[in-house]
Write a protein that binds this ligand. Sequence first.
Ligand code: F6R
Length: 362
Amino acid sequence: DKAGYKHFMAKEIAEQPTVITNALDAYLTESGIALPEPGLDFRTLDRMSLVACGTAYYACMTAKYWFESLARLPVDIDVASEFRYREPPIPDRTVALFVSQSGETADTLAALRFCKGKAASVAAVVNVTESSIARESDLVLPIHAGTEIGVASTKAFTCQLVVLLILALKAAQDRGHLSDADLAERLVALRALPGLMNHALATEEPASALSRKLSEARDVLFLGRGAMYPLALEGALKMKEISYIHAEAYASGELKHGPIALIDEHVPVIVMAPRDALFDKTVSNMHEVMARGGRILLVSDQRGVADAGDGVWESLVLPEVDPFLAPILYALPAQLLAYHTAVAKGTDVDQPRNLAKSVTVE
Ligand code: F6R
């Protein structure tokens, strides 16, 4: 039931403040973080290995930034189809973590089976808790997104991010890198996220107007730095899978190492950049694009848009957010831009060509 929305994807985008609240309620207590049994003790770990496919892989890539910066825990990330055939060594003080909405993705399941008996523990971040991946894991971490029907993953992605972030905070606490007071402050910020998401959803009108312009493009580029780089990749994936517009993403700093050759007035460049510590670097990347006639669509906050100055083609303004939460909040405009671009093009949003919701073949 689409509950009055035109597509399941639109409904699922709009549900995010609610399902994120559910995920927070499941993991946060009055005083801290509670994981489902048997839990995870990060003090005994040296390394994490995060494995997934598609959008879930981009959630892992974002989580790497969190685990490494907050918990000082080294993280390897892999797409499952590469991981399983590479047969990587798994040191015994490693936790292997598999992220999958459906819990049935064949490559992810095969990678999990490869790790069993080698890793200290095998954990799964899943939406479907009665799935194969959940059944075969030592620890199941549900994301509480509710049923996701649209083939393009939206609310499952942000719920995966929230669960992974909570895990990174738990790791930081266990490993002595986060005081109780600092943890409490982060949890207050997390609790405010659904409210910020409501504000982000209020950009739907301008996002839809911009999308009409994007729908005329043949190619679109996405740029991001730091933890916004995986989000740029996710934005490009969403754009190509439902609108069929060719979309690529690059780490902003990589632009001058090749991709800048693609820039001309026909290629919109979507920059996901909150006004954070890396913002000035991103502004110089935007100038490189603009100097070559490129059109920048800047997704930022009020200060970011002001500091970017003149010359930006279009902008979309989000509320200010704690930098560590930005990849979660900025997922919403990425989804809205892809959705409305697809609607403007008249494609089958919920059931894009050649794609299946659950990929149970290799
Ligand atoms: C993209 C998308 C896919 C899935 C991927 C993994 O919107 O939905 O890229 O993320 O097929 O699926 P799960 O998470 O079910 O393992």
